[in-house]
Design a protein around this ligand. Structure first.
Ligand SMILES: C[S@@+](CC[C@H](N)C(=O)[O-])C[C@H]1O[C@@H](n2cnc3c(N)ncnc32)[C@H](O)[C@@H]1O
Length: 309
């Protein structure tokens, strides 16, 4: 499992302060993420779903997988498009998910068991940044990393992660990755700064997680959500910025936090890709990008990676 005491100590004790995004996702964080996916400004989820709806049958015909295995599955709602396509071709046997959010894992498993009663289900409650094995290696699998989750890794970490997936793949497997694409900064910024304030609540939720898990006394009202776009690095950076001087304690790890007004904690990176940078990333991990599907506006893409033949 993830190790919040270690990551909080390493990331928060001194500037530049940062926390890995996996700590957003307690039950409330997962519910807030689902709310984000329904916001009008958050084009990512509906665009990825539309691409999946267009290509699912073709993809399944090409790969003939008998199992889907998904990293960071969340509600797995888009996954159903692929499960339906497998079911329609008589291929659907098994679904496995690797998730750090217990609430999301249980809710999605219940929903999938109700929808596909014969499905073999395996949920792995784990941090996918740690070494792990993947279920259903005895049959062709379609492995998924959807929702632009790949964008949350720094570039080197993304390569390390894809290499670990590659090492778990067999020649029969395909690995489908959802990439959010570089576009007009104003559209990117509005996707991460919604006027309803849902993304702000999601970002601030990590302070509640710290308070609960590490016996802290951080006050969410002392911080504001800030999302900026770094054009050179092609990434959204999400911060919690101190609105006033902050003194707080995380008693479980005996850490006192002192932040000046305006000091910030980096809580998420979301890298945006071009077809070239996505191809280079996949190649950098020793995989071949064998298929690339986008929507008509090239807002989002699904790249299919396989072991080199
Ligand atoms: C951006 S959301 C995407 C959710 C879903 N796949 C989608 O496309 O809507 C990222 C998901 O990955 C999970 N997650 C994030 N970091 C993780 C980690 N290190 N290990 C396992 N799951 C993680 C989160 O709990 C969350 O459900």
């Amino acid at each position: 499992m993830a190790c919040l005491p270690r990551d909080a100590r390493a990331g928060l004790a001194a500037p530049p302060r940062r926390l890995p995004p996996k700590y957003f996702y307690d039950a409330r964080g997962s519910a807030l993420f689902e709310e984000i996916t329904r916001l009008p400004e958050y084009y990512l989820t509906r665009t990825e779903r539309a691409i999946l709806e267009r290509v699912a049958d073709d993809l399944i015909a090409e790969l003939t997988p008998r199992a889907l295995v998904e990293y960071g599955s969340g509600s797995a709602s888009k996954t159903r498009v692929l499960l339906d396509a497998m079911h329609a071709r008589g291929l659907l046997e098994a679904y496995g998910a690797v998730e750090v959010s217990e609430a999301a894992l249980l809710a999605s498993a219940r929903a999938l068991a109700a929808r596909y009663p014969a499905l073999e289900l395996e949920g792995v409650l784990a941090d996918f940044e740690r070494p792990l094995t993947l279920p259903f290696a005895d049959r062709p699998r379609l492995i998924l990393l959807l929702g632009s989750t790949v964008g949350n890794f720094a570039r080197e970490e993304a390569i390390d992660f894809l290499e670990r997936v590659r090492d778990l793949m067999t020649p029969a497997d395909g690995f489908l990755i959802g990439f959010d694409l570089v576009k007009e900064p104003a559209r990117l910024l509005s996707a991460y700064n919604d006027p309803a304030g849902v993304t702000a609540r999601f970002n601030l939720n990590v302070l509640r997680v710290l308070n609960r898990e590490l016996r802290g006394d951080l006050r969410p009202a002392d911080f504001e959500h800030v999302a900026v776009y770094d054009e050179e690095a092609a990434r959204i950076e999400m911060y919690l910025t101190a609105k006033r001087p902050v003194v707080a304690r995380l008693r479980s790890i005996d850490l006192e936090l002192r932040l000046d007004e305006g000091e910030r904690i980096l809580t998420e990176l979301s890298h945006k890709y071009t077809p070239e940078s996505a191809r280079a990333l996949v190649a950098g991990a020793g995989l071949d990008l064998v298929r690339w599907d986008t929507d008509a506006d090239a807002d989002f893409a699904l790249g299919l990676a396989r072991l080199p033949s």
